[in-house]
Every structure is written in structure tokens, then in C-alpha cells.
Design a protein around this ligand. Structure first.
Ligand code: NAI
Length: 324
């Protein structure tokens, strides 16, 4: 399997590539050829990472190629992890940020369209992830939009641990947690369908003030908490979530449970068709499915609508920039 990773010389790349090469992404039976994409200034550092990958003597790693050209990097790709993105710098307006990222994700979408393998699966990690995925998908007309996803698995994993800690339970006791909307501070981590040890999480926790005042803001702002503590953004946990996302996509989700991923909306739950929004999802046969028929209470409705409205604004902004 050819796995293309963009931003390969960055922080997340450094945490991610070794896990892919060790077999944790696709399983211990699947040899992997890594295709690393960097901007020209990043190529030397990517070559350094490749030297270290060689020194691990991973049995499943069948080769490493390094590119500064998207068309070559995505040629034959079965899985593409789009990590490299333009970060927001001080004083940067949202329009500038979206425009800079459009300059990255438009040509990458075109390159995926031109040469990726038939079964291509794309995960966008680079922020603003949902809208970057939308831009890439809209420039790959021959690839089903369902193959373009954005990462909210890190938010999901963060929520799992916060809820488990509150309940004095293990993360493995929790099922059916969901992240809705945008991978941003407006996201909605939803425990209303979750169970802990088979009991409704809302009953076990029985503390709506904690849900609204601590749980939701802590999950949504966890990235900032990590930057404040570590002096650098979350990289290992982001890489871990990327591995989890692709692993679930390829291998399926367990019976009776679901996970969270930002996938193209079919109009479910009032999310406008075509937006790439986080939903509770299951995976089977290499396809994501939005969990159907959940009852959405009034509080959840307000939170989902607010985050989805933000996604709509981002879409309108990139559309007005001519990026869709
Ligand atoms: P970083 O700055 O350490 O690395 C980014 C790398 O991307 C750099 O090496 C840069 O040269 C490269 N790059 C930039 N433009 C490129 C292009 N057009 N093609 C190929 N490579 C390119 O950043 P880090 O920490 O690795 O984070 C990467 C992205 O992931 C950021 O946008 C960050 O906001 C996002 N992120 C997303 C999370 C999520 O849950 N969805 C969680 C954490 C980070």
C-alpha cells in the first residue's frame, strides 16, 4: 500500500511516520511504501526523518520516496494523510488563512484526482481541517467525496478520557460518544447517547453543570491547554488519532459502538448536504456511515447548529475566494 504523508518533516509527521512504518496504521500483514511530501525548504529535514526510518529496520517498510511535487507524491496513493498546512500567525485574518490553505489543498486535491489509486482514502489533519478537506474534495471531481475526511478523532479521544476520569471508569467502558461539527472551539462533544459500563452516561455523571462548564470547553480547548503546558502543539496525540481514524476506516468499528469523524454530510441531522462535518460514524467495508436516527435534545441541537453554522461560513468564505 502506498501511504502519502504531507508535512512529513513537521511535528506530527515525526510522531506519525514511525507508527505507519511499524504496521499500526494498516495492520501487521500489510507492507507500506511511504511517499513523503514537503515544501522545498522541508525536504532536507524529511530526508533526515527517512534516515531514521531506515535505521528502525521495520520489516513492513518497503520503501520511502520524498517529493516536493504533489502530483508525484499522490501518484498511486492508497491512503493520503494531509498534515502539512499553513498555520494561523499573529494578526492573520480568517480570509488570509483560508486563502493560504486553499493554495495548498486545491493543488493537492487536483493531484489526488490525477493519479491516486482507485481506493484512495484521504484524511485531512492540517487546519482548518474540515474546510481544507472540502477544498481538496471539490478539486477531485473523479474521486467520490466520501473518500475525503477530516480528523476529529483527537477530539473524540480527548472526550473519552475526560468522561472516563469523571466517572471513575476506564475508556474501554465507554461507548457511543460523539463529536459533532467543526474541528474548532465550536465543536460539540456529546455524551447524551453515550454509555458507561452499559448505563447511560448522563445518569452516571448526573451533572449537567460539569458537562456544560467543564467537559465541553475542556475538550474543545484542549489544544490550547497543551500549547500552554508543553510550549508546542499536540503532535503525538494528533498522530495517534490519525492512526486510529485510518485504522477504523480500513478495519471497521466494533459492533454496537461508533466513533467520530468529519465526513461529507448527506443532509442528516440538519447538516447541509456537502459540508464536511463531524458525526457519530460507523465504518464497514472501507466506508463510513453516519449513525442514523439518534434523538437530538434541545441543548444538543443548539450546539450542533452553532458549529455547523461556522462550517457554512467557512464554506461561503472559501467559495467567495474562488476556492470551491
Ligand atoms: P508543523 O508546523 O510542525 O509541520 C507542518 C509541516 O508541513 C512543515 O514541515 C511544513 O514544511 C509542511 N508543509 C507546509 N505546507 C506544505 C505543503 N504545501 N505540502 C507539504 N508540506 C507542507 O505542524 P504540525 O504540528 O505537524 O501540525 C500540522 C497541522 O496539523 C497544523 O495545521 C495543525 O493545526 C494541525 N493539527 C490538527 C489536529 C486535528 O485534530 N485535526 C490536531 C493537531 C494539529
Amino acid at each position: 500500500m502506498n501511504v502519502t504523508v504531507t508535512g512529513a518533516a513537521g511535528q506530527i509527521g515525526y510522531a506519525l511516520l514511525f507508527r505507519i512504518a511499524s504496521g499500526q496504521l494498516l495492520g501487521a500483514q500489510t507492507p507500506v511504501r511511504l511517499k513523503l511530501l514537503e515544501i522545498p525548504q522541508g525536504v532536507k529535514a524529511a530526508e533526515g526523518v527517512a534516515l531514521e526510518l531506515e535505521d528502525c529496520a521495520f520489516p513492513l517498510l518497503s520503501g520511502i520516496d520524498i517529493f516536493d511535487d504533489a502530483t508525484a507524491a499522490f501518484d498511486g496513493a492508497n491512503v493520503a494523510l494531509l498534515v502539512g498546512a499553513r498555520p494561523r500567525t499573529a494578526g492573520m485574518e480568517r480570509g488570509d488563512l483560508l486563502s493560504a490553505n486553499g493554495g495548498i489543498f486545491k493543488p493537492q486535491g487536483e493531484a489526488i484526482n490525477a493519479g491516486a489509486a482507485e481506493d484512495i482514502k484521504v484524511l485531512v489533519v492540517g487546519n482548518p481541517a474540515n474546510t481544507n478537506a472540502l477544498i481538496a474534495a471539490s478539486h477531485a471531481p473523479d474521486v467520490p467525496t466520501s473518500r475525503f475526511t477530516a480528523m476529529t478523532r483527537l477530539d473524540h479521544n480527548r472526550a473519552l478520557t475526560q468522561l472516563a476520569t469523571k466517572a471513575g471508569a476506564s475508556v474501554t467502558d465507554i461507548q457511543r460518544l460523539a463529536i459533532w461539527g467543526n474541528h474548532s472551539a465550536t465543536q460539540y462533544p456529546d455524551i447524551t447517547h453515550a454509555t458507561i459500563g452499559g448505563r447511560p452516561a448522563t445518569e452516571v455523571v448526573d451533572d449537567q453543570a460539569w458537562v456544560e462548564g467543564e467537559f465541553i470547553p475542556r475538550v474543545a480547548k484542549r489544544g490550547a491547554e497543551i500549547i500552554a503546558a508543553r510550549g508546542a502543539s499536540s503532535a503525538a496525540s494528533a498522530a495517534n488519532a490519525a492512526v486510529d481514524h485510518v485504522h477504523s476506516w480500513v478495519n471497521g468499528t466494533p459492533e454496537g459502538d461508533w466513533t467520530s469523524a468529519a465526513i461529507v454530510s448527506d443532509g442528516s441531522y440538519g447538516v447541509p448536504e456537502g459540508l464536511i462535518s463531524s458525526f457519530p460514524v460507523t465504518s464497514s467495508g472501507g466506508e463510513w456511515h453516519i449513525v442514523p436516527d439518534l434523538e437530538i435534545d434541545e441543548f444538543s441541537r443548539g450546539r450542533i447548529d452553532a458549529s455547523v453554522a461556522e462550517l457554512g461560513e467557512e464554506r461561503d468564505a472559501v467559495r467567495s475566494l474562488g476556492l470551491l
